[in-house]
Design a protein around this ligand. Structure first.
Ligand SMILES: [Zn+2]
Length: 233
């Protein structure tokens, strides 16, 4: 998927960090982090746990296992380094840049770029939010009953990423786009997304927060082909 425009959180609400199993599965989730060990695996399992918990509150659950990897770099189709990527296939794989690679990407953002707001969010929290973002893509993919579109995928990933962040970091992020991120439903399309993915993410969260949207709107994105406007192929 597109580069994640944003962010995530660190509050484990239930009984504490999951205990690891032998085959790399994160207990209590459908995540498999078999290539990771120690604190990296702990971080992935924590993120999977929180992403699944949040999506479950909207009635959205994984349908099968998905794999999570931390890699030295992630490249998009034109070779640019990006924060993360989800690929569906024989295996559903969410790849996220390692914490050090992520920190380097954030440091390279120009200070006059609105996305430089990411420099003001604690690095560990931001990295965790990237995991939540890509894991959300995996679970969305598993639940789509209509053809995918970037606009819908990124709407849900941004909402879950921001919603699982700390209140403080979410506020820092949203405040950067205050006053210019109130999109109508019709504005959430692939072109608007491509023009400014950071603002799109803030707008998605604000749209989701409105009483008439919320979880029912997220579920519509999974099941209704015209929930968002589709551009001609
Ligand atoms: Zn994404």
């Amino acid at each position: 998927m597109k580069r994640p425009a944003l962010i995530g959180a660190l509050v484990l609400l239930l009984t504490g960090p999951p205990v690891f199993s032998q085959n790399g599965a994160c207990p209590g989730t459908s995540a498999i982090a078999g290539s990771l060990a120690g604190t990296e695996r702990q971080e992935v399992c924590d993120a999977a746990f929180r992403a699944e918990q949040r999506l479950a509150r909207c009635g959205i659950k994984p349908r099968r296992p998905y794999f999570v990897e931390l890699v030295p770099d992630v490249r998009n189709a034109v070779g640019n380094c990006i924060f993360g990527q989800f690929r569906a296939g024989e295996k559903d794989v969410a790849k996220v840049a390692s914490p050090s690679a992520t920190a380097a990407l954030v440091a390279a953002i120009a200070d006059d770029d609105p996305q430089s707001v990411l420099k003001r969010i604690p690095a560990a929290e931001f990295h965790n939010s990237l995991l939540v973002h890509e894991i959300t893509h995996a679970i969305v993919h598993q639940n789509l009953s209509v053809p995918p579109c970037h606009a819908g995928h990124e709407y849900i990933a941004a909402v879950i990423q921001l919603d699982t962040m700390s209140d403080r970091s979410r506020r820092i992020y949203l405040d950067v786009f205050a006053g210019n991120s109130d999109y109508t439903t019709e504005m959430f399309n692939d072109i608007v997304l491509a023009m400014d993915p950071s603002r799109y993410a803030a707008a998605a969260y604000r749209h989701f927060q409105k009483p008439e949207n919320g979880c029912p709107f997220l579920r519509r994105l999974l099941t209704t082909v015209d929930a968002l406007p589709r551009l001609p192929e």
